[in-house]
Design a protein around this ligand. Structure first.
Ligand SMILES: *[C@@H]1O[C@H](CO)[C@@H](O)[C@H](O)[C@H]1NC(C)=O
Ligand SMILES: *[C@@H]1O[C@H](CO)[C@@H](O)[C@H](O)[C@H]1NC(C)=O
Ligand SMILES: *[C@@H]1O[C@H](CO)[C@@H](O)[C@H](O)[C@H]1NC(C)=O
Length: 387
């Protein structure tokens, strides 16, 4: 198939590489609430850190770096990359999408997590984490890991939603991002974030491979999405279309295999390691109608975004140095920014959602900028990405 350059060119926009300031970002949330809010600049920015694979810190060596890089490379390089990304982007929220620690090589799971999340905590920026398939391989169970995470400073992570009594996994929760203070959207969630536990390995003997998002979790997602849609479309200031949603978890859905380089942005350098069965969660997302993009990790050498049935399926690309990678192919991180519409009465609802990545090179080079979703002027949705 011939590469459609005009469509690709339309989705790429230049990335402004800001200088790196050495100032701590202001905490975006009052203590003790689960609410986030758009800033006075009408933007909400999320930094995704996938697969840190943190273990014992300075004694844990890097994997798959160039021969010349081995002697000076440890987990501390992962820490330095987190710090650099935070300073460069000043996000409103940091999301760690699993395999935060590499349990097999972590002597003490709690200590590894404390070290792995330390740069996020030090930044005073709210942060959350979900579990991957390696987080429980050290001294704590999946429940133990998630309980530890949820108890850490500045995190909005939850072990599980309080309104649900039975749900599979640990680390299923949602966050609501309200409009700018002083505008008509100040009490409405204009951007919805969902976090799910995609599990580790199948426990069903006849099904091999990785785990999947279970019916109990999908039901919780459906109910939460429905509640948020109703609230958004009702008084005060009822809206005609639902607020956009973004979903974060670890293991890709089988639908990530729907693309090739003619219809994704980024690279695919390895297979799609999803579960060997299809849980139907993609269909659930399409049916709910509010979700515009899904963000996962797990496959460190894939970093693309492709759009299927109106939903962008995105990888972040591998971040951690004690994770498999490809020597000479930079570790990377994904940024998403939602921008509000500017109206005569101040900031309105979400107008567009953009993404880019930065490589851990000397300049933190920004790559693959693209519009994931945008709302037309009259409130009609249209595809921001390629067709
Ligand atoms: C790891 O960090 C050390 C110390 O700052 C640095 O010299 C080295 O270049 C880094 N390695 C990589 C692969 O970034
Ligand atoms: C938002 O809620 C606060 C507190 O209840 C209220 O004072 C304010 O008027 C509300 N704003 C709007 C736009 O409804
Ligand atoms: C991407 O393009 C390939 C052909 O190159 C096609 O088989 C596939 O269905 C396309 N995927 C989507 C999601 O459009």
């Amino acid at each position: 198939m011939i590469f459609d350059f005009s469509a690709a060119a339309a989705i790429v926009f230049s990335i402004c590489l800001l200088p790196i300031y050495i100032t701590a970002a202001k905490p975006a949330i009052p203590q003790g609430t689960q609410k986030l809010r758009f800033g006075k600049n009408g933007e909400f920015k999320i930094l995704q850190v996938a697969d840190m694979h943190f273990a014992d810190g300075k004694t844990t060596r890097c994997l798959d770096v160039l021969p010349s890089q081995y002697p000076s490379c440890t987990d501390l390089n992962t820490t330095a990359f987190v710090e650099r990304m935070i300073l460069a982007e000043k996000p409103n929220l940091i999301v760690f999408t699993g395999d935060n620690i590499f349990g097999f090589d972590a002597t003490d799971a709690a200590k590894s997590m404390d070290a792995a999340f330390a740069p996020a905590i030090a930044s005073n920026i709210p942060w959350v984490a979900v579990l991957g398939n390696h987080d429980q391989e050290s001294t704590l169970s999946r429940e133990g890991v998630m309980k530890h995470v949820a108890g850490m400073k500045n995190t909005l992570s939850k072990v599980n939603p309080s309104e649900v009594h039975i749900i599979d996994g640990f680390g299923n929760y949602n966050l609501e991002v309200e409009g700018v203070e002083g505008t008509v959207f100040e009490n409405k969630s204009v951007l919805n974030l969902y976090f799910l536990d995609s599990g580790d390995y199948s426990t069903v003997p006849s099904i091999y491979g990785y785990d999947w998002i279970k019916p109990s979790q999908q039901l919780w997602f459906q109910r939460t999405s429905l509640r948020l849609r109703k609230e958004y479309m009702h008084e005060p200031v009822p809206q005609k279309t639902p607020a956009p949603g973004l979903v974060y978890f670890h293991i890709p859905l089988p639908e990530y295999a729907s693309f090739d380089k003619s219809n994704f942005t980024g690279v695919r350098q390895e297979g799609i390691s999803s579960a060997s069965v299809n849980s139907g969660f993609f269909t659930t997302l399409v049916e709910a109608g509010d979700v515009k993009a899904v963000f996962v990790g797990h496959d460190h050498l894939n970093d693309f975004c492709g759009k299927l049935a109106g939903i962008n399926l995105c990888y972040a690309g591998g971040f951690g140095y004690h994770a498999y990678g490809k020597a000479g192919w930079w570790r990377r991180s994904r940024v998403v920014v939602a921008s509000l519409e500017k109206t005569e009465k101040g900031w309105g609802d979400v107008k567009s959602i953009k993404t880019w990545k930065r490589r851990d090179d000397q300049h933190l080079t920004g790559i693959d900028g693209q519009v994931l979703w945008s709302k037309s002027f009259h409130g009609k949705e249209h595809n921001g990405g390629g067709s």
